[in-house]
Design a protein around this ligand. Structure first.
Ligand code: CTP
Ligand code: MN
Ligand code: MN
Length: 576
């Protein structure tokens, strides 16, 4: 991610999504944001009447557009430059274009001085979506937001200010498309339902947490400190930062000097974090985070834990052996980059050894050898394609199965680090028997067909806990490496694919568990335990005092059983 945009310390209107002040130039210098010479088009998004979810989408549109634009300029050289150079601003006076869902003059005047409004092009959110899609600022005629300001909108429309070029057409995921990605589409977000969630609740499973929040730059900065605690094994401190981050993720306003005191109302924001926020508001940075970024130990350990199988503990051990870079790790593990002939499929036979040290070492070797591929994110279209392929192969092994793509994809991430597929059988009565042992059979089949090359980890094949009923052992999972078999039209790139099998009774708890995010999950468990005397995890829900098991029939039922309001998957992004 490029450098975050600093938050304004002097904006008079805290309703816009992002602010732009005198610090931004300094903070952004040297960052990819500065590529391109033309002056950015300053976009002011008026938050009133826009749902937080949409707000995030619009902000992401500007941010992602800038990133993609920069990338495309890099790749294509200076010849191909888009004429759309967007930047969010929190200062309505400086804005070149105002995006709003408000239609009435009276309502608009509550937020923007009418004299200023008359000097601006005020348009609907569709203008932003369509302009980004076409890579140029579109004419405002079809997008006038407030009828009384139609002439002004046309007069001040940036399409007349800037030279229109059709040289760049940049693909961005659009919300319309999102719904068609899913095999089983999620229902659309229900605004009233989302509004009944509360941003200052103590548990993140009661708060609405969008993928990109209005204070995303701040979140990213605090996340550096969280990561430093993680790699150093300081778990309590890490958790405090995770909690602070998840609270900020759900805060729907841009934090400024003017509303800073409101943060005292929010849980988990202690003095230390509050002072960091204050520093970020003033300078666009947090000194401690910057210190870590420049620290060679932080850099080495951070790189090490990107390898599957290397956790913070192993990373520190390797560092203590004098290893500093992934290349040194390759030599240490005697790995040839790009080549992995580890006989990991034998894990299928020797499943009882799946968690032994030898098995972990094997998965580290695979992770290291394939790291250049595995570190590349997977676009949602490919996530869906992999899912379709997996389900097609599964139908040859067992008919009547159904599935949900969980993980970050389901939370709305346009790019994922892996594919998480939760699978069950549609027959409520005999489904449990049908899925038993199916994970292994599917992996075998995918291997035979050339799709799965490695298995990093297999689990859930044993009736290991006699006190639990069979339902508790109903999650079988395989963490695999997937590749498109040789096909000249397609790049051969290794992808991580997690396959999770659940009996029908626990399918939806598994889906909720594997949808995450991690903090959302953690708080679901905590809520169940502290507030409901229940136990929740991916493999089921039970009541503590008598071990009664619950079998939710839908995802909504999972929330109902736990006494919670439903939270849409795209509002479960409670981590950075
Ligand atoms: N999870 C779990 N048990 C595991 C691993 C993951 O229950 N052994 C859950 C976590 O709650 C996590 C979700 O599954 O939120 C997905 O995990 P992961 O694939 O690691 O992360 P994503 O959120 O999908 O993001 P990405 O893959 O893009 O990094
Ligand atoms: Mn994932
Ligand atoms: Mn995963």
């Amino acid at each position: 991610m490029p450098f975050k945009r600093p938050l304004s310390s002097h904006t008079s209107d805290d309703e816009s999504l992002f602010s732009h002040d005198q610090h931004s130039k300094r903070v952004c210098s040297g960052s990819p944001w500065n590529i391109g010479e033309e002056k950015p088009l300053l976009v002011y998004i008026l938050q009133a009447k826009i749902h937080p979810e949409t707000m995030s989408e619009l902000a992401a549109l500007v941010e992602n557009y800038t990133i993609e634009r920069v990338d495309s300029q890099r790749n294509q050289g200076p010849g191909v430059v888009s004429k759309l150079n967007l930047e969010l601003t929190g200062d309505v006076k400086k804005a070149n274009i105002i995006v709003t869902a408000i239609k009435m003059r009276q309502r608009l005047e509550r937020h923007i001085d009418w004299r200023i409004a008359k000097t601006k092009a005020i348009v609907t959110p569709s203008w932003l979506r369509d302009s980004v899609k076409s890579g140029q600022p579109l004419s405002c005629g079809n997008y006038v937001a407030v009828h009384n300001l139609e002439d002004e909108a046309l007069q001040h429309c940036p399409d007349t200010v800037q030279d229109i070029s059709s040289s760049s057409s940049i693909h961005l995921p659009s919300p319309e498309k999102e719904s068609s990605w899913q095999t089983e589409p999620d229902e659309p977000i229900d605004a009233t339902e989302a509004e009944s969630l509360s941003c200052n609740a103590k548990y993140s499973c009661l708060r609405p947490s969008p993928l990109v929040c209005p204070n995303q730059g701040l979140v990213k900065e605090i996340d550096i400190i969280r990561r430093s605690r993680h790699i150093e094994g300081e778990d309590r401190s890490m958790l405090s930062y995770s909690r602070a981050i998840s609270v900020i993720k759900a805060y729907p306003h841009v934090i400024t000097e003017h509303n800073l005191h409101d943060l005292h109302e929010l849980p988990f924001l202690g003095e230390k974090v509050l002072s960091m926020i204050e520093e970020f508001l003033k300078t666009g940075r947090i000194t401690e985070a910057q210190k870590f970024l420049a620290d060679p130990r932080f850099q080495s350990l951070s790189a090490f834990i990107t390898i599957h199988g290397i956790g913070p503990h192993s990373a520190r051990r390797l560092y203590d052996l004098g290893l500093r870079t992934l290349e040194e790790l390759e030599r240490y593990y005697e790995v040839i980059p790009g080549l992995s002939d580890e006989e990991t499929m034998s894990l299928l036979e020797a499943e009882s050894s799946a968690n032994t040290e030898a098995a972990v070492e094997k998965s580290i070797k695979i992770g290291l050898a394939l790291r250049h591929d595995l570190s590349q994110t997977i676009p949602c279209e490919e996530v869906e394609e992999i899912n379709r392929t997996v389900m097609r192969e599964l139908s040859h092994v067992q008919k009547g199965c159904k599935n949900v793509i969980a993980g970050g994809y389901r939370r709305g991430k346009p790019q994922s680090n892996d594919v998480d597929i939760v699978i069950t059988h549609t027959d409520w009565k005999i489904g449990s028997q049908k899925v038993k042992g199916l994970c292994r059979k599917l992996v075998q089949r995918l291997h035979e067909q050339g799709f799965v090359t490695h298995v990093m980890h297999l689990s859930g094949f044993h009736e290991h806990n006699v006190l639990r009923t069979r339902h508790w052992d109903s999650l079988e999972k395989a963490l695999t490496v997937f590749v498109w078999p040789h096909n000249p039209s397609r790049q051969r790139i290794y992808r991580r694919v997690d396959l999770i099998f659940a009996a029908p009774e626990v399918f939806w708890t598994a889906v909720v568990g594997w949808t995450g995010s991690t903090m959302f999950q953690r708080d679901l468990r905590l809520w169940a335990k502290q507030q409901k005397g229940m136990k929740f995890d991916s493999s089921g829900i039970s009541r503590r005092h008598d071990s009664r098991l619950y079998y939710p029939r839908t995802e909504r039922d999972v929330f109902k059983v736990l006494g919670l309001l439903y939270v849409h998957p795209t509002l479960r992004n409670a981590d950075a």
